[in-house]
Design a binder for this molecule. Structure first.
Ligand code: AMP
Ligand code: MG
Length: 539
């Protein structure tokens, strides 16, 4: 009799849990909050939930696991990805990691509410780790409950997939499930707790290892496990580097630096602010990880941070992200130093980050502006000037760059065009018309004339330039208020907007008929609304 499970079903998932098989486990199996030493993870089961209900799933993330839509719409899927059932081969655990939070060493953090289910190997021989977020407390839950609410889960689910379709490296989201259990949250930590619907997201990534996974062992002087973890990481996640050795550790760190630089360039391209770039939220694969109080720039303001917890110091503001990544990499370098015992190559790799970032940023900015290539003698000034003009009045970043592609660069004579005429195609990007003073118009008008003159030098066909610009300047991003509207509806029991946004954001660079409202700038009501401009870590 043929007992092979059918392709595309949950039963066909093939687990190969190397993380738990090859790395030291916490010998204690009781799920109580504590310091866990000498081990990379603790086995722990998800909690049972009352009435799981599928809100949304990503067919693209499902395809990574070779799951067909029918499997994702099955009763079993909801049971498994809410944490109620385990599939054969799953081996649930929470990882031990530490981290620097807001610049200070915070000691052991760990997966407080994330439970890894195991790793699958798909039909293309790719390894994908599955992880539930909000599936109950673990030994790392500290004083918190291990749960997640619907609002933060909607935000994580939608943004993970939106980032993927934008071309930004990210962990993925397979599913968003309501648990049917209420969760108490004090959203702004101001003594007003309320019950919110609980939810679980299943995240998918080749690995969820963070800088903090290494830092915790270094901080404890546990060089043995530090080495085990790094050897494991090199073998499993960076096999192209060869067998682990001190020389390979350096190459590994260089690659982490490169990937991190490339990631931050992408955030700066699309206007994404992570909000909590603590070292426990930095992926060693250079993926965007842990979508908490993140936000998207509406008006271009490099000083903006969405995170109310960060409002005073603005450590994680948009324009500071490149420096923070640099600082975080230095912490990772410190953590692996005991395995290399030579600071010089580590310092060189961290320096390499700066070089790679700057180079990547310049190339990216040139692409955003539709330049054939970055020419230092003209374009440093061109870009610098634009970035000083943009925040001077409230200018929507996404709309501004998108409209720039519509500029008519054939106008003659260039010097005679009025500021009003040259600015006309960009007017939609401005939030407060009264801010468009004569002085502002003169500044942006001058810049636009210089920009047009620069574009002419490239001699690229206008239609070609437009296509190239529209491929890097998105038409749609997950604006903070769009996510909040979807959350408001979902909390009232209507999930249609979540699925509509998921669908829209599959093609962020393509104008979609009937979807014009999603490309508009933030409406005024959202300017100071919780969830739209202010977010907290409470989730
Ligand atoms: P974050 O800044 O959200 O990445 O979280 C920092 C640490 O707090 C991590 O160790 C999380 O697992 C943990 N954490 C956050 N929220 C909760 C929660 N509701 N229950 C348990 N642990 C949590
Ligand atoms: Mg985190």
């Amino acid at each position: 009799m043929n007992t092979q499970p059918q392709n595309g079903t949950l039963a066909s998932l093939t687990f190969d849990n190397r993380f738990t098989r090859e790395l030291p486990a916490d010998p204690e199996t009781l799920n109580r909050r504590r310091q866990v030493t000498g081990s990379c993870y603790s086995r722990v089961n998800p909690v049972r939930v009352a009435a799981p209900r599928l809100v949304a799933y990503s067919k693209e993330a499902a395809a990574l696991l070779d799951l067909l839509p029918e499997a994702c719409e099955s009763r079993e899927f909801v049971q498994v990805f809410s944490g109620n059932d385990l599939l054969a081969g799953m081996d649930p655990y929470a990882m031990c990691y530490g981290g620097h939070q807001f610049g200070n060493w915070a000691g052991q953090l760990g997966d407080g509410r994330a439970i890894n289910l195991g790793e699958i190997i798909n039909q293309r021989s790719e390894r994908w780790a599955l992880q539930l977020k909000g599936a109950g407390p673990t030994p790392y839950a500290r004083t918190a409950d291990g749960l997640a609410v619907l609002r933060s889960s909607v935000r994580e689910f939608l943004c993970s997939e939106a980032m993927f379709h934008l071309g930004v490296p990210t962990t993925r989201a397979l599913s968003l499930i309501l648990t049917g259990d209420p969760v108490e949250r004090d959203m702004f930590y101001d003594g007003h707790p309320k019950e919110e619907p609980g939810a679980v997201v299943c995240r998918v990534a080749p690995s969820f290892t963070r800088f903090g996974n290494f830092e915790i062992f270094a901080s404890r002087g546990d060089i043995k496990v530090l080495k085990q973890l790094l050897d494991y990481t090199v073998r499993i996640d960076f096999p192209h580097l060869g067998e682990p050795s001190p020389a390979v550790y350096i190459r590994w760190f260089e690659e982490v630096c490169r990937r991190t630089a490339d990631l931050i360039v992408e955030w700066m391209r699309v206007g994404f602010v992570h909000g909590v770039m603590n070292t426990d939220n930095m992926s060693i694969l250079g993926l965007t990880i842990d979508y908490g109080p993140y936000g998207w720039l509406d008006n271009y303001d490099p000083n903006w941070t969405p995170n109310t917890t960060d409002a005073a110091g603005r450590r994680y503001r948009f324009g500071h992200q490149p420096q923070i990544a640099h600082w975080n990499l230095a912490q990772l370098a410190n953590a692996i130093y005991p395995l290399i015992e030579d600071a010089k190559p580590l310092q060189q790799a961290v320096d390499l980050y700066v070089e790679r970032y700057l180079q990547g940023w310049k190339t990216m900015m040139a692409r955003k502006l539709g330049l054939y290539a970055f020419e230092p003698h003209t374009d440093d000034a061109l870009i610098g000037e634009l970035l000083s003009i943009l925040p001077s009045i409230e200018t929507d970043m996404t709309i501004f760059y998108r409209r720039l592609a519509d500029l008519d660069i054939s106008v003659e004579p260039l010097a005679d065009i009025s500021d009003d005429a040259i600015l006309a195609p960009l007017m939609e990007a401005y939030y407060v018309p009264a801010q468009i003073t004569g002085e502002y118009k003169a500044a942006i008008g001058n810049w636009l004339r210089g920009y047009i003159a620069r574009l002419r030098k490239d001699n690229v066909a206008p239609e070609m330039r437009r296509l190239q610009m529209n491929a890097v300047n998105p038409q749609y991003v997950l604006r903070n208020y769009l996510a909040q509207e979807a959350i408001d509806k979902a909390e009232a029991g209507d999930f249609s907007r979540i699925n509509e946004l998921l669908d829209l954001l599959r093609h962020p660079y393509t104008k979609q008929p009937g979807k014009e409202p999603f490309a508009e700038k933030r409406p005024d009501w959202a300017r100071h609304r919780a969830g739209c401009s202010m977010l907290s870590c409470s989730s």
